[in-house]
Design a protein around this ligand. Structure first.
Ligand SMILES: Cc1cc2nc3c(=O)[nH]c(=O)nc-3n(C[C@H](O)[C@H](O)[C@H](O)COP(=O)(O)OP(=O)(O)OC[C@H]3O[C@@H](n4cnc5c(N)ncnc54)[C@H](O)[C@@H]3O)c2cc1C
Length: 407
């Protein structure tokens, strides 16, 4: 008998139901309101912390599932509720991934608890890579980190843009910042730093108004002579010096700081996209059975029923790619064909497409704010842009399968 199974175990089913109930009862009722107000949903984050969903313990248990499937399962359920609110709750995991990806065991033990805080003292985290002139092309980062040996401190200057949770000071927020230490080494000269909450010199710049995921805070982060202790360099100075020495000799290195974080988090971002697509599919399926035109439910027309069949098929196909990548990542299997990128690419594009199909199925009702479908379409679009655009995912896959440095 084969070991292969796609059955979820009892723990996974329970966790999935727990988060689904939260999404249905706490997130959905306020999703339209926070989309309209474009504000951080503090009461929802508080409630998530109260029930233990927003906590270091929950994150550890999601990550530690040996199948790797718990985290995508709960990510899908949260964004099924609302992608913007889901990101407001779990945007912190980006900063956490930055620390897990580059930190030493001591740094991980010190900083991860500070990313979450406690229900009485909620903290957040942000991961800041992107700059106005360095998005897909992270090798062009201008933010500089300079080591002040006399004081064993790093001094960071620059401006980051479009940072989820960036610059929030209403609650203590840990910023993980990727900066250039050796500009001549381009991306191989980067390093990641933890900026502790309340550090002077770090402040929020413009807060952006967005098309979708409007409950998630996105802003510039200004770093003006930010001084942090030497111990805030993730991975430590010795490792960094060794890495730079290898880079100068032209020897291969581990993937650069920002890239290793994105590689690990892409399948989970794909899982979020799936949640939106599924919400739109379920809603439009119910609607198509109810809505009558020409004296019969519109689902009796193949033109509508086939759309729904395709939506279901594409969503299931995306989920399989997401689960495969999460299983591989959790079980130490190296991505050889860009499997992480494939999962995010497919799920992101399916979410955009499926939500548009849903609008079509609802007709005029799909286009107005009285119904949730137009919001889901707006929310879905970011999934072809952040954490690597669809074009960049295709580049990763094409390079991986061909061995050719395709531009
Ligand atoms: C809501 C939101 C939240 C975000 N959160 C964060 C965050 O928390 N932290 C963070 O660091 N960043 C964050 N980002 C930034 C995001 O990751 C970048 O926007 C994204 O990487 C794309 O960069 P860019 O916008 O500069 O586009 P560009 O890199 O300028 O790309 C523009 C277009 O050119 C295409 N393109 C570029 N290069 C190539 C190429 N070589 N081949 C083919 N096509 C190419 C792109 O695919 C895209 O279509 C966020 C962005 C948004 C909008």
């Amino acid at each position: 008998m084969s070991d292969f199974s796609l059955d979820l175990n009892e723990d996974q089913l329970q966790m999935q139901k727990w988060v689904h109930d939260f999404a249905e009862n706490v997130i959905r009722p306020v999703a339209a309101e926070y989309d309209e107000k474009e504000e951080t949903p503090w009461p929802v984050i508080q409630e998530a912390a109260n029930i233990g969903l927003y906590s270091q313990e929950a994150m550890t248990s999601f990550f530690s599932d040996p199948t790797g499937l718990t985290f995508p399962l709960i990510s899908e359920e949260l964004t099924w509720g609302c992608a913007g609110i889901g990101l407001a709750i779990f945007g912190t995991t980006l900063g956490v991934s930055g620390i897990l990806g580059s930190g030493t065991p001591d740094q991980i033990a010190e900083w991860i608890p500070q990313c979450f805080g406690t229900p009485d003292d909620i903290h957040l985290a942000a991961f800041a890579v992107t700059e106005a002139d360095a998005g897909s092309d992270v090798s062009s980062l201008r933010t500089r980190a300079v080591y002040d040996e006399a004081k064993d401190e790093w001094v960071i200057n620059g401006t980051k843009t479009w940072i989820t949770n960036g610059g929030i000071d209403k609650v203590p927020t840990v910023h993980v910042v990727v900066a250039s230490v050796e500009p001549e080494l381009k991306a191989r000269g980067h390093a990641s730093f933890v900026i502790p909450p309340g550090t002077p010199g770090l402040k929020m710049g413009q807060k952006f108004q967005k098309m979708g995921i409007r409950a998630s805070h996105t802003a510039e982060v200004i770093l003006d002579d930010v001084r942090i202790p030497g111990s805030c360099l993730l991975g430590g100075k010795e490792k960094l010096d060794e890495r730079f020495a290898r880079a100068r000799e032209g020897k291969s290195n581990r993937v650069q700081a920002a890239m290793s974080t994105f590689e690990a988090s892409r399948p989970l971002v794909g899982a979020q996209a799936l949640g939106i697509a599924r919400a739109a599919y379920e809603y439009s399926l119910d609607y198509a059975k109810e809505r009558k035109a020409f004296g019969r439910p519109i689902i009796e027309n193949q033109a509508i029923a086939f759309k729904l069949a395709d939506m279901k098929m594409e969503i299931d196909a995306s989920r399989l790619l997401v689960w495969r990548a999460c299983w591989m990542a959790r079980n130490g299997k190296q991505f050889v064909s860009g499997e992480g990128s494939m999962s995010k690419l497919k799920a992101g594009e399916v979410a955009v497409w499926a939500t548009e199909q849903a609008i079509q199925i609802l007709g005029g009702y799909g286009y107005v704010r009285d119904y949730p479908v137009e919001k889901w379409h707006r929310d879905s679009k970011i999934y072809t842009i952040f954490e690597g655009t669809s074009e960049i995912q295709r580049l990763v896959i094409a390079r991986a399968i061909s061995g050719v440095h395709i531009k």
